[in-house]
Design a binder for this molecule. Structure first.
Ligand SMILES: [Zn+2]
Length: 193
């Protein structure tokens, strides 16, 4: 059994309705793709080919999901699991509200940026745990994640690089403490294990 299959089982135990659907032959995904291209003036044209999307309890996957490496898929699933937990925490109308308000759907979308920030913190954490701290600290990962906030990929949701870098440093510091075993989260995990 791959790490991916094991994690999907774990997510299903927490969210029985969870399922994985390829975007390629999915009508809803094609419709969203068209709308995003219009709304972002063509800046988000990789929705079907490069982006993972959770809508309610379904994870829609881009091309190549089946052939993506095991660890990369696990890192992706851990990010998306954060969105499933947000959905439970904030409820469906709450998620819509946070995603679209209080600012405009495009640009300065603070609610959406905070939701994505929580999920990307998990991306960094999963990278640190599965690929090592050096990978989590890499400039490559930082640039990749910051770009999701500052570019048209998510509608320019939070273009303040200085603040994003401070969030990133804080998240990295927290994760480093967890791994060193000195943070409350790590202590909780030890108690459980
Ligand atoms: Zn996300």
């Amino acid at each position: 059994m791959t790490l991916t299959d094991a994690l999907i089982d774990e997510i299903r135990a927490e969210f029985p309705e969870f399922r994985v659907v390829p975007k390629k032959n999915d009508r809803l995904s094609w419709l969203i793709d068209r709308l995003l291209k219009v709304a972002t003036l063509g800046h988000q044209d990789q929705y079907l080919t490069h982006y993972y999307t959770v809508i309610f309890h379904t994870l829609y996957t881009p091309e190549g999901w089946e052939t993506t490496g095991d660890i990369e898929r696990v890192i992706t699933l851990r990010h998306e699991r954060v969105h499933l937990r947000q959905l439970r925490r904030y409820t469906a109308p709450g998620m819509v509200f946070l995603y679209l308000l209080p600012f405009a759907p495009l640009g300065l979308a603070y609610g959406r940026a905070r939701l994505e920030w929580e999920a990307y913190t998990e991306t960094v954490r999963a990278t640190a745990e599965l690929r090592g701290l050096a990978a989590a600290r890499s400039e490559h990962l930082r640039r990749h994640i910051l770009k999701q906030f500052t570019s048209g990929a998510y509608g320019w949701m939070w273009p303040f690089e200085g603040q994003l870098n401070r969030w990133y440093d804080e998240a990295l510091g927290q994760i480093e403490r967890e791994i060193a075993g000195t943070s409350p989260r790590a202590a909780r995990m030890e108690q459980k294990g």
